[in-house]
Design a protein around this ligand. Structure first.
Ligand code: ATP
Ligand code: MG
Length: 506
Protein backbone atom coordinates (compact mmCIF):
# COMPACT_ATOMS: atom_id res chain seq x y z
CA UNK A 1 0.00 0.00 0.00
CA UNK A 2 1.17 3.52 -0.78
CA UNK A 3 0.81 5.98 2.06
CA UNK A 4 -0.09 8.66 -0.48
CA UNK A 5 -3.26 6.68 -1.33
CA UNK A 6 -4.13 5.64 2.24
CA UNK A 7 -6.92 7.26 4.25
CA UNK A 8 -5.24 7.57 7.61
CA UNK A 9 -6.07 10.92 9.21
CA UNK A 10 -3.40 11.03 11.93
CA UNK A 11 -3.52 13.96 14.31
CA UNK A 12 -1.54 15.53 17.14
CA UNK A 13 -4.67 16.34 19.08
CA UNK A 14 -5.74 14.19 21.99
CA UNK A 15 -9.54 13.80 22.13
CA UNK A 16 -10.87 15.57 25.27
CA UNK A 17 -12.69 12.54 26.61
CA UNK A 18 -9.68 10.23 26.22
CA UNK A 19 -7.52 9.17 29.14
CA UNK A 20 -6.36 5.70 28.13
CA UNK A 21 -3.40 5.24 25.78
CA UNK A 22 -5.40 2.91 23.53
CA UNK A 23 -8.23 5.41 23.19
CA UNK A 24 -5.84 8.28 22.45
CA UNK A 25 -3.68 6.41 19.95
CA UNK A 26 -6.50 4.64 18.13
CA UNK A 27 -8.04 8.04 17.42
CA UNK A 28 -4.78 9.94 16.87
CA UNK A 29 -3.43 7.19 14.63
CA UNK A 30 -6.47 7.42 12.37
CA UNK A 31 -7.63 3.87 13.09
CA UNK A 32 -11.11 4.78 14.32
CA UNK A 33 -13.34 7.82 14.42
CA UNK A 34 -15.92 8.74 17.01
CA UNK A 35 -19.42 9.04 15.59
CA UNK A 36 -20.48 11.77 17.98
CA UNK A 37 -22.90 9.67 19.96
CA UNK A 38 -20.79 8.27 22.77
CA UNK A 39 -19.65 4.68 22.44
CA UNK A 40 -20.08 4.59 18.66
CA UNK A 41 -17.12 4.37 16.28
CA UNK A 42 -16.35 4.13 12.60
CA UNK A 43 -13.44 1.93 11.65
CA UNK A 44 -11.20 3.62 9.09
CA UNK A 45 -9.06 1.51 6.70
CA UNK A 46 -6.25 0.73 9.16
CA UNK A 47 -8.62 0.03 12.05
CA UNK A 48 -10.71 -2.25 9.85
CA UNK A 49 -7.60 -4.07 8.69
CA UNK A 50 -6.48 -4.77 12.27
CA UNK A 51 -9.98 -5.81 13.26
CA UNK A 52 -9.98 -8.28 10.38
CA UNK A 53 -6.60 -9.66 11.37
CA UNK A 54 -7.70 -10.23 14.95
CA UNK A 55 -10.95 -11.71 13.72
CA UNK A 56 -9.02 -14.08 11.41
CA UNK A 57 -6.94 -15.43 14.30
CA UNK A 58 -10.10 -15.99 16.35
CA UNK A 59 -11.83 -17.71 13.42
CA UNK A 60 -8.85 -19.88 12.54
CA UNK A 61 -8.52 -21.31 16.05
CA UNK A 62 -12.26 -21.83 16.47
CA UNK A 63 -12.56 -23.59 13.13
CA UNK A 64 -9.64 -25.84 14.07
CA UNK A 65 -11.50 -26.70 17.30
CA UNK A 66 -14.50 -27.82 15.25
CA UNK A 67 -16.74 -24.77 15.70
CA UNK A 68 -18.91 -23.59 12.80
CA UNK A 69 -19.47 -19.97 11.85
CA UNK A 70 -22.97 -18.60 11.28
CA UNK A 71 -24.36 -15.06 11.19
CA UNK A 72 -27.44 -14.24 13.20
CA UNK A 73 -29.81 -11.35 12.61
CA UNK A 74 -28.69 -8.39 14.74
CA UNK A 75 -32.29 -7.25 15.15
CA UNK A 76 -33.94 -9.76 17.47
CA UNK A 77 -37.69 -10.22 18.06
CA UNK A 78 -38.51 -9.32 21.68
CA UNK A 79 -40.70 -12.41 21.91
CA UNK A 80 -37.59 -14.59 22.12
CA UNK A 81 -36.37 -12.54 25.05
CA UNK A 82 -39.75 -12.86 26.69
CA UNK A 83 -39.55 -16.64 26.30
CA UNK A 84 -36.25 -16.76 28.17
CA UNK A 85 -37.46 -14.32 30.82
CA UNK A 86 -34.63 -11.89 30.11
CA UNK A 87 -36.71 -9.16 28.46
CA UNK A 88 -37.29 -7.42 31.79
CA UNK A 89 -34.28 -8.77 33.63
CA UNK A 90 -31.65 -7.39 31.25
CA UNK A 91 -32.52 -3.83 32.20
CA UNK A 92 -31.69 -0.62 30.41
CA UNK A 93 -28.68 -1.91 28.49
CA UNK A 94 -31.12 -3.64 26.18
CA UNK A 95 -32.12 -1.33 23.33
CA UNK A 96 -35.79 -1.94 22.57
CA UNK A 97 -37.72 -0.58 19.60
CA UNK A 98 -40.76 -1.15 17.39
CA UNK A 99 -41.17 -1.50 13.65
CA UNK A 100 -43.92 0.19 11.58
CA UNK A 101 -46.31 -2.66 12.36
CA UNK A 102 -45.73 -2.16 16.07
CA UNK A 103 -43.75 -5.41 16.44
CA UNK A 104 -41.20 -5.18 19.24
CA UNK A 105 -37.52 -5.86 18.76
CA UNK A 106 -34.21 -5.57 20.57
CA UNK A 107 -30.69 -5.04 19.25
CA UNK A 108 -28.83 -8.15 20.41
CA UNK A 109 -26.47 -7.47 23.33
CA UNK A 110 -25.69 -11.23 23.34
CA UNK A 111 -27.39 -13.95 21.34
CA UNK A 112 -28.29 -16.94 23.54
CA UNK A 113 -31.99 -16.69 22.63
CA UNK A 114 -31.31 -16.31 18.91
CA UNK A 115 -28.93 -19.25 18.77
CA UNK A 116 -31.21 -21.46 20.84
CA UNK A 117 -34.01 -20.55 18.45
CA UNK A 118 -31.85 -21.54 15.48
CA UNK A 119 -30.92 -24.86 17.04
CA UNK A 120 -34.37 -25.81 18.31
CA UNK A 121 -35.65 -25.50 14.74
CA UNK A 122 -32.91 -27.55 13.14
CA UNK A 123 -31.66 -30.13 15.66
CA UNK A 124 -33.92 -32.95 16.82
CA UNK A 125 -31.79 -35.95 17.68
CA UNK A 126 -28.83 -36.84 19.88
CA UNK A 127 -27.17 -37.94 16.62
CA UNK A 128 -26.82 -34.28 15.61
CA UNK A 129 -25.01 -33.35 18.84
CA UNK A 130 -22.62 -31.99 20.01
CA UNK A 131 -22.60 -28.72 18.12
CA UNK A 132 -20.66 -25.50 18.59
CA UNK A 133 -21.89 -22.53 16.54
CA UNK A 134 -20.39 -19.06 16.57
CA UNK A 135 -20.58 -15.69 14.91
CA UNK A 136 -18.34 -12.64 14.83
CA UNK A 137 -20.86 -9.87 14.71
CA UNK A 138 -22.06 -6.59 16.12
CA UNK A 139 -23.54 -6.31 19.58
CA UNK A 140 -25.31 -3.35 21.08
CA UNK A 141 -25.43 -2.59 24.79
CA UNK A 142 -26.75 0.74 25.93
CA UNK A 143 -23.94 1.02 28.48
CA UNK A 144 -24.59 3.54 31.24
CA UNK A 145 -21.07 4.92 30.91
CA UNK A 146 -19.54 4.13 27.55
CA UNK A 147 -15.90 5.12 27.81
CA UNK A 148 -12.29 4.40 26.97
CA UNK A 149 -12.91 4.16 23.23
CA UNK A 150 -13.18 0.59 21.97
CA UNK A 151 -12.81 -0.72 25.51
CA UNK A 152 -16.39 0.01 26.47
CA UNK A 153 -18.41 0.96 23.44
CA UNK A 154 -22.14 0.70 22.99
CA UNK A 155 -21.86 -0.93 19.57
CA UNK A 156 -18.97 -3.39 19.47
CA UNK A 157 -17.75 -6.51 17.74
CA UNK A 158 -18.02 -9.75 19.66
CA UNK A 159 -17.26 -13.35 18.84
CA UNK A 160 -20.02 -15.29 20.52
CA UNK A 161 -20.19 -19.06 20.45
CA UNK A 162 -22.81 -21.43 21.84
CA UNK A 163 -22.42 -25.15 22.28
CA UNK A 164 -25.13 -27.80 22.60
CA UNK A 165 -24.71 -31.19 24.22
CA UNK A 166 -26.48 -34.35 25.33
CA UNK A 167 -24.89 -34.28 28.80
CA UNK A 168 -23.17 -32.07 31.35
CA UNK A 169 -19.97 -34.12 30.97
CA UNK A 170 -19.86 -33.45 27.27
CA UNK A 171 -20.48 -29.72 27.82
CA UNK A 172 -17.62 -29.67 30.33
CA UNK A 173 -15.35 -31.35 27.78
CA UNK A 174 -16.19 -28.58 25.30
CA UNK A 175 -15.71 -25.90 27.98
CA UNK A 176 -12.17 -27.20 28.56
CA UNK A 177 -11.56 -27.29 24.80
CA UNK A 178 -12.69 -23.66 24.52
CA UNK A 179 -10.44 -22.64 27.41
CA UNK A 180 -7.56 -24.21 25.52
CA UNK A 181 -8.60 -22.63 22.24
CA UNK A 182 -8.83 -19.18 23.85
CA UNK A 183 -5.33 -19.62 25.26
CA UNK A 184 -4.08 -20.29 21.73
CA UNK A 185 -5.89 -17.22 20.39
CA UNK A 186 -4.54 -14.83 23.04
CA UNK A 187 -1.03 -16.29 22.71
CA UNK A 188 -1.08 -15.91 18.92
CA UNK A 189 -2.17 -12.30 19.31
CA UNK A 190 0.92 -11.70 21.45
CA UNK A 191 -0.98 -10.86 24.63
CA UNK A 192 0.01 -11.35 28.24
CA UNK A 193 -3.10 -12.74 29.90
CA UNK A 194 -4.46 -14.74 32.78
CA UNK A 195 -7.45 -17.07 32.99
CA UNK A 196 -9.47 -16.37 36.14
CA UNK A 197 -12.59 -17.65 37.86
CA UNK A 198 -15.47 -15.26 37.38
CA UNK A 199 -18.93 -14.19 38.39
CA UNK A 200 -21.48 -15.15 35.73
CA UNK A 201 -23.42 -11.87 35.61
CA UNK A 202 -26.53 -11.41 33.46
CA UNK A 203 -25.74 -14.34 31.16
CA UNK A 204 -26.32 -16.72 34.07
CA UNK A 205 -25.06 -20.25 34.55
CA UNK A 206 -22.36 -21.54 36.80
CA UNK A 207 -18.67 -22.23 36.39
CA UNK A 208 -17.39 -19.37 34.32
CA UNK A 209 -13.91 -18.14 33.52
CA UNK A 210 -12.64 -14.84 32.25
CA UNK A 211 -9.63 -14.16 30.05
CA UNK A 212 -7.91 -11.10 31.44
CA UNK A 213 -5.43 -9.10 29.42
CA UNK A 214 -3.07 -7.80 32.09
CA UNK A 215 -2.79 -4.01 32.14
CA UNK A 216 -2.63 -1.38 34.88
CA UNK A 217 -5.44 0.48 33.17
CA UNK A 218 -7.78 -2.53 33.36
CA UNK A 219 -11.19 -1.97 34.94
CA UNK A 220 -11.19 -5.34 36.67
CA UNK A 221 -9.31 -6.17 39.83
CA UNK A 222 -8.11 -9.74 39.80
CA UNK A 223 -6.81 -11.74 42.70
CA UNK A 224 -3.86 -13.95 41.86
CA UNK A 225 -1.84 -16.39 43.90
CA UNK A 226 1.84 -15.63 44.21
CA UNK A 227 2.72 -19.33 43.95
CA UNK A 228 0.10 -21.42 42.14
CA UNK A 229 -2.15 -20.94 39.10
CA UNK A 230 -5.14 -19.68 41.10
CA UNK A 231 -6.64 -16.47 39.80
CA UNK A 232 -10.12 -14.99 40.17
CA UNK A 233 -11.97 -11.81 39.49
CA UNK A 234 -12.37 -10.03 42.83
CA UNK A 235 -16.13 -10.46 42.34
CA UNK A 236 -15.68 -14.24 42.61
CA UNK A 237 -12.42 -14.63 44.55
CA UNK A 238 -12.26 -16.81 47.64
CA UNK A 239 -9.48 -17.17 50.20
CA UNK A 240 -8.71 -19.74 52.84
CA UNK A 241 -11.36 -19.13 55.54
CA UNK A 242 -10.18 -17.26 58.61
CA UNK A 243 -11.47 -18.47 61.94
CA UNK A 244 -13.54 -16.29 64.21
CA UNK A 245 -15.03 -16.92 67.62
CA UNK A 246 -17.92 -15.53 69.60
CA UNK A 247 -15.73 -12.68 70.87
CA UNK A 248 -14.80 -11.51 67.35
CA UNK A 249 -16.10 -8.07 66.54
CA UNK A 250 -18.81 -7.87 63.93
CA UNK A 251 -19.94 -4.95 61.82
CA UNK A 252 -23.34 -4.42 60.21
CA UNK A 253 -23.73 -2.63 56.89
CA UNK A 254 -27.10 -1.39 55.69
CA UNK A 255 -27.84 -1.21 51.98
CA UNK A 256 -30.77 -0.73 49.67
CA UNK A 257 -31.08 -3.72 47.32
CA UNK A 258 -32.64 -3.02 43.92
CA UNK A 259 -34.44 -5.71 41.94
CA UNK A 260 -35.32 -6.22 38.25
CA UNK A 261 -38.98 -5.54 38.75
CA UNK A 262 -38.23 -2.12 40.20
CA UNK A 263 -38.73 -3.30 43.79
CA UNK A 264 -36.22 -2.42 46.46
CA UNK A 265 -35.66 -3.43 50.04
CA UNK A 266 -33.42 -2.54 52.97
CA UNK A 267 -30.94 -5.31 53.72
CA UNK A 268 -28.37 -5.69 56.48
CA UNK A 269 -25.07 -7.44 56.02
CA UNK A 270 -23.03 -8.76 58.92
CA UNK A 271 -19.29 -9.29 58.51
CA UNK A 272 -16.18 -9.62 60.67
CA UNK A 273 -15.01 -6.09 61.54
CA UNK A 274 -11.90 -6.13 59.35
CA UNK A 275 -13.58 -7.52 56.21
CA UNK A 276 -15.05 -5.47 53.34
CA UNK A 277 -18.39 -6.29 51.76
CA UNK A 278 -18.07 -7.61 48.18
CA UNK A 279 -20.99 -6.03 46.31
CA UNK A 280 -21.35 -8.59 43.53
CA UNK A 281 -21.31 -11.51 45.96
CA UNK A 282 -23.84 -9.65 48.10
CA UNK A 283 -26.12 -9.07 45.10
CA UNK A 284 -25.89 -12.73 44.13
CA UNK A 285 -26.83 -13.82 47.65
CA UNK A 286 -30.05 -11.81 47.33
CA UNK A 287 -30.66 -12.23 43.60
CA UNK A 288 -30.65 -8.45 43.47
CA UNK A 289 -29.50 -6.24 40.63
CA UNK A 290 -27.64 -3.58 42.49
CA UNK A 291 -26.90 -2.32 46.00
CA UNK A 292 -26.92 1.32 46.88
CA UNK A 293 -25.88 2.96 50.10
CA UNK A 294 -28.62 4.09 52.44
CA UNK A 295 -29.25 5.41 55.93
CA UNK A 296 -28.98 2.95 58.75
CA UNK A 297 -32.30 1.55 59.88
CA UNK A 298 -33.24 -0.04 63.19
CA UNK A 299 -35.59 -2.72 61.98
CA UNK A 300 -33.65 -5.71 60.76
CA UNK A 301 -35.92 -7.47 58.31
CA UNK A 302 -33.52 -9.19 55.95
CA UNK A 303 -30.06 -10.08 57.21
CA UNK A 304 -27.23 -11.69 55.28
CA UNK A 305 -24.42 -12.98 57.47
CA UNK A 306 -21.02 -13.80 56.02
CA UNK A 307 -20.47 -17.56 56.01
CA UNK A 308 -17.28 -17.15 58.07
CA UNK A 309 -19.56 -16.27 61.02
CA UNK A 310 -21.88 -19.26 60.71
CA UNK A 311 -22.46 -20.81 64.12
CA UNK A 312 -20.79 -17.88 65.87
CA UNK A 313 -23.12 -14.92 65.53
CA UNK A 314 -26.22 -14.52 67.64
CA UNK A 315 -28.00 -12.05 65.36
CA UNK A 316 -31.64 -12.45 64.57
CA UNK A 317 -33.95 -11.21 61.84
CA UNK A 318 -37.16 -12.18 60.06
CA UNK A 319 -35.18 -13.46 57.08
CA UNK A 320 -31.66 -14.52 57.87
CA UNK A 321 -29.27 -16.31 55.56
CA UNK A 322 -25.59 -17.12 55.36
CA UNK A 323 -23.54 -16.51 52.26
CA UNK A 324 -19.99 -15.65 51.24
CA UNK A 325 -20.21 -11.87 50.93
CA UNK A 326 -16.63 -11.00 51.87
CA UNK A 327 -13.98 -9.32 49.78
CA UNK A 328 -10.63 -11.03 49.47
CA UNK A 329 -7.74 -8.84 50.62
CA UNK A 330 -4.15 -8.78 49.47
CA UNK A 331 -2.17 -11.02 51.77
CA UNK A 332 -5.04 -13.45 52.38
CA UNK A 333 -4.11 -17.11 51.92
CA UNK A 334 -4.75 -18.98 48.68
CA UNK A 335 -7.50 -21.57 49.04
CA UNK A 336 -5.41 -24.07 47.04
CA UNK A 337 -1.86 -23.68 48.30
CA UNK A 338 -2.01 -21.25 51.24
CA UNK A 339 0.43 -18.75 49.68
CA UNK A 340 -0.24 -15.02 49.76
CA UNK A 341 -2.81 -13.58 47.34
CA UNK A 342 -2.15 -10.30 45.54
CA UNK A 343 -4.19 -7.92 43.39
CA UNK A 344 -3.52 -7.07 39.80
CA UNK A 345 -5.49 -5.27 37.07
CA UNK A 346 -6.94 -6.80 33.95
CA UNK A 347 -9.10 -6.09 30.91
CA UNK A 348 -11.82 -8.68 30.40
CA UNK A 349 -11.27 -9.81 26.82
CA UNK A 350 -13.05 -13.16 26.92
CA UNK A 351 -15.59 -14.97 29.06
CA UNK A 352 -16.65 -18.62 28.89
CA UNK A 353 -19.67 -20.06 30.70
CA UNK A 354 -21.07 -23.45 31.58
CA UNK A 355 -24.74 -22.68 31.06
CA UNK A 356 -26.53 -25.96 31.57
CA UNK A 357 -30.20 -25.89 30.57
CA UNK A 358 -30.94 -22.32 31.65
CA UNK A 359 -31.98 -21.29 28.12
CA UNK A 360 -32.80 -24.63 26.50
CA UNK A 361 -35.46 -25.39 29.12
CA UNK A 362 -37.63 -22.24 28.89
CA UNK A 363 -37.16 -22.04 25.11
CA UNK A 364 -37.93 -25.74 24.62
CA UNK A 365 -34.65 -26.58 22.90
CA UNK A 366 -34.93 -30.35 23.27
CA UNK A 367 -33.54 -33.43 21.57
CA UNK A 368 -34.59 -37.06 21.47
CA UNK A 369 -32.10 -39.19 23.39
CA UNK A 370 -31.15 -42.78 22.58
CA UNK A 371 -34.32 -44.01 24.31
CA UNK A 372 -36.52 -41.65 22.35
CA UNK A 373 -37.06 -39.40 25.35
CA UNK A 374 -37.24 -35.64 24.80
CA UNK A 375 -34.74 -33.76 27.03
CA UNK A 376 -33.32 -30.23 27.04
CA UNK A 377 -29.86 -29.72 25.55
CA UNK A 378 -27.01 -28.83 27.87
CA UNK A 379 -25.30 -25.62 26.79
CA UNK A 380 -22.11 -23.65 27.08
CA UNK A 381 -21.50 -20.09 25.86
CA UNK A 382 -18.23 -18.41 24.97
CA UNK A 383 -17.50 -14.73 24.19
CA UNK A 384 -14.53 -12.71 23.01
CA UNK A 385 -14.58 -8.93 22.74
CA UNK A 386 -12.96 -8.66 19.32
CA UNK A 387 -13.01 -4.86 19.07
CA UNK A 388 -12.05 -4.55 22.75
CA UNK A 389 -8.98 -6.65 21.95
CA UNK A 390 -7.63 -3.84 19.76
CA UNK A 391 -7.67 -1.59 22.81
CA UNK A 392 -6.20 -4.39 24.95
CA UNK A 393 -3.30 -4.92 22.55
CA UNK A 394 -2.43 -1.23 22.68
CA UNK A 395 -2.83 -0.96 26.46
CA UNK A 396 -0.13 -3.63 26.66
CA UNK A 397 1.99 -2.41 23.76
CA UNK A 398 2.63 1.31 23.44
CA UNK A 399 5.12 3.98 24.43
CA UNK A 400 4.88 7.76 24.73
CA UNK A 401 5.02 8.10 20.92
CA UNK A 402 2.26 5.73 19.89
CA UNK A 403 1.16 2.18 19.15
CA UNK A 404 3.38 -0.89 18.94
CA UNK A 405 1.24 -3.56 17.26
CA UNK A 406 2.06 -7.19 17.85
CA UNK A 407 3.03 -9.24 14.79
CA UNK A 408 -0.33 -10.95 14.47
CA UNK A 409 -2.31 -7.72 14.79
CA UNK A 410 -0.11 -5.22 12.90
CA UNK A 411 -1.74 -3.33 10.03
CA UNK A 412 1.42 -3.95 7.94
CA UNK A 413 4.52 -6.10 8.37
CA UNK A 414 6.90 -3.39 7.21
CA UNK A 415 6.85 0.40 6.81
CA UNK A 416 9.31 1.86 4.27
CA UNK A 417 9.95 5.58 4.51
CA UNK A 418 11.35 7.62 1.64
CA UNK A 419 12.59 10.62 3.61
CA UNK A 420 12.74 13.07 0.76
CA UNK A 421 10.51 12.39 -2.22
CA UNK A 422 12.51 14.88 -4.31
CA UNK A 423 15.65 12.76 -3.99
CA UNK A 424 15.61 10.48 -7.05
CA UNK A 425 18.00 7.94 -5.58
CA UNK A 426 15.86 7.56 -2.44
CA UNK A 427 12.72 7.13 -4.51
CA UNK A 428 14.38 4.54 -6.74
CA UNK A 429 15.53 2.42 -3.82
CA UNK A 430 12.22 2.80 -1.98
CA UNK A 431 10.20 1.72 -5.00
CA UNK A 432 12.52 -1.21 -5.64
CA UNK A 433 12.38 -2.53 -2.06
CA UNK A 434 8.62 -2.03 -2.09
CA UNK A 435 8.29 -4.28 -5.16
CA UNK A 436 10.75 -6.90 -3.97
CA UNK A 437 9.26 -7.46 -0.52
CA UNK A 438 5.74 -7.24 -1.85
CA UNK A 439 6.51 -9.99 -4.35
CA UNK A 440 7.54 -12.17 -1.44
CA UNK A 441 4.17 -11.70 0.20
CA UNK A 442 5.21 -9.14 2.81
CA UNK A 443 2.44 -6.67 3.57
CA UNK A 444 4.29 -3.39 3.18
CA UNK A 445 3.44 0.29 3.52
CA UNK A 446 5.53 2.69 1.43
CA UNK A 447 5.58 6.28 2.67
CA UNK A 448 5.87 8.05 -0.67
CA UNK A 449 4.19 11.26 0.48
CA UNK A 450 5.33 14.75 -0.23
CA UNK A 451 5.66 15.44 3.51
CA UNK A 452 8.48 16.56 5.77
CA UNK A 453 10.70 13.79 7.12
CA UNK A 454 9.77 14.70 10.71
CA UNK A 455 6.08 14.16 10.19
CA UNK A 456 6.70 10.87 8.38
CA UNK A 457 8.68 9.60 11.37
CA UNK A 458 5.97 10.80 13.75
CA UNK A 459 3.39 8.85 11.77
CA UNK A 460 5.60 5.76 11.76
CA UNK A 461 5.87 5.98 15.54
CA UNK A 462 2.18 6.70 16.03
CA UNK A 463 0.82 4.02 13.70
CA UNK A 464 3.14 1.39 15.15
CA UNK A 465 4.00 -1.02 12.33
CA UNK A 466 6.53 -3.37 14.01
CA UNK A 467 9.43 -2.67 11.58
CA UNK A 468 10.54 0.21 9.39
CA UNK A 469 13.18 0.94 6.78
CA UNK A 470 14.27 4.57 6.61
CA UNK A 471 15.83 5.65 3.36
CA UNK A 472 17.38 8.99 4.20
CA UNK A 473 20.46 11.19 3.98
CA UNK A 474 22.86 8.32 4.71
CA UNK A 475 21.97 6.79 1.38
CA UNK A 476 24.82 8.99 0.03
CA UNK A 477 27.16 6.79 2.10
CA UNK A 478 25.42 3.63 0.93
CA UNK A 479 23.43 3.08 4.14
CA UNK A 480 19.77 2.78 5.18
CA UNK A 481 18.26 2.30 8.62
CA UNK A 482 16.23 -0.66 9.84
CA UNK A 483 14.08 0.28 12.84
CA UNK A 484 12.33 -2.00 15.30
CA UNK A 485 9.30 -0.06 16.55
CA UNK A 486 9.40 -1.69 19.98
CA UNK A 487 12.13 0.32 21.68
CA UNK A 488 12.89 2.25 18.46
CA UNK A 489 16.09 0.26 18.04
CA UNK A 490 18.00 1.31 14.90
CA UNK A 491 20.43 -0.75 12.83
CA UNK A 492 22.40 0.56 9.85
CA UNK A 493 22.35 -1.75 6.85
CA UNK A 494 24.26 -1.26 3.62
CA UNK A 495 22.31 -0.75 0.42
CA UNK A 496 23.94 -3.86 -1.07
CA UNK A 497 22.72 -5.98 1.82
CA UNK A 498 19.27 -4.54 2.55
CA UNK A 499 17.43 -6.95 0.22
CA UNK A 500 18.97 -10.07 1.72
CA UNK A 501 18.61 -8.53 5.20
CA UNK A 502 14.86 -8.11 4.66
CA UNK A 503 14.65 -11.56 3.14
CA UNK A 504 16.12 -13.06 6.31
CA UNK A 505 13.73 -11.00 8.47
CA UNK A 506 10.49 -11.61 6.59
P1 ATP B 1 -17.94 -6.05 31.24
O1 ATP B 1 -17.89 -6.71 32.59
O2 ATP B 1 -16.61 -5.52 30.80
O3 ATP B 1 -19.05 -5.08 31.08
P2 ATP B 1 -19.44 -8.29 30.37
O4 ATP B 1 -19.03 -9.27 31.40
O5 ATP B 1 -20.73 -7.60 30.48
O6 ATP B 1 -18.27 -7.21 30.20
P3 ATP B 1 -19.83 -10.45 28.48
O7 ATP B 1 -21.29 -10.47 28.51
O8 ATP B 1 -19.06 -11.48 29.18
O9 ATP B 1 -19.34 -8.97 28.92
O10 ATP B 1 -19.39 -10.34 26.93
C1 ATP B 1 -18.31 -11.06 26.32
C2 ATP B 1 -17.15 -10.15 25.97
O11 ATP B 1 -17.57 -9.02 25.20
C3 ATP B 1 -16.48 -9.54 27.17
O12 ATP B 1 -15.58 -10.46 27.73
C4 ATP B 1 -15.81 -8.33 26.59
O13 ATP B 1 -14.55 -8.67 26.03
C5 ATP B 1 -16.73 -7.91 25.46
N1 ATP B 1 -17.54 -6.73 25.83
C6 ATP B 1 -18.55 -6.67 26.70
N2 ATP B 1 -19.07 -5.44 26.80
C7 ATP B 1 -18.35 -4.67 25.93
C8 ATP B 1 -18.41 -3.29 25.55
N3 ATP B 1 -19.32 -2.47 26.07
N4 ATP B 1 -17.52 -2.85 24.62
C9 ATP B 1 -16.61 -3.68 24.07
N5 ATP B 1 -16.52 -4.99 24.39
C10 ATP B 1 -17.37 -5.49 25.30
MG1 MG C 1 -18.25 -11.07 31.18
Amino acid sequence: MRFSRLLVPTTKETPNDATLASHIYLIRGGFIQSVGGSGLYNFLPLGKKILDKVRAVVKDELDKAGCQEVALSFVTPSSLWEESGRYEKYGKELLRFKDRKNNEFVLGPTHEEMMVNLVRQSVKSYKQLPLNLYQINLKFRDEIRPRFGLMRGREFLMKDAYSFHTSTEDMQREFALMEDTYKKIFTRLGLEFRVVEADSGAIGGSGSKEFMVLADSGEDTIVVCSECEYGANIEAAVAKPKTYDANSEIKIITMNALYDDGESKIVHFALPLSIELQDVKACNALNANELIECEESDTIDTLVVDSSLEGIDSLSANHKLYADISSVCEGDSCIHCGSALTYTKGIEAGHIFQLGTQYSEPLGCNFLDENGKSVPMVMGTYGIGVSRLLAGIIEQNHDDKGCIWTKASAPFDLHIIISNIKDEEQVLLGEKLYEVVQDRGVDVLLDDRKERFGSKIKDFELIGVPYGVIIGKKLKDGLVEFVTRDGLVKEEVSVQEIESFLESRF
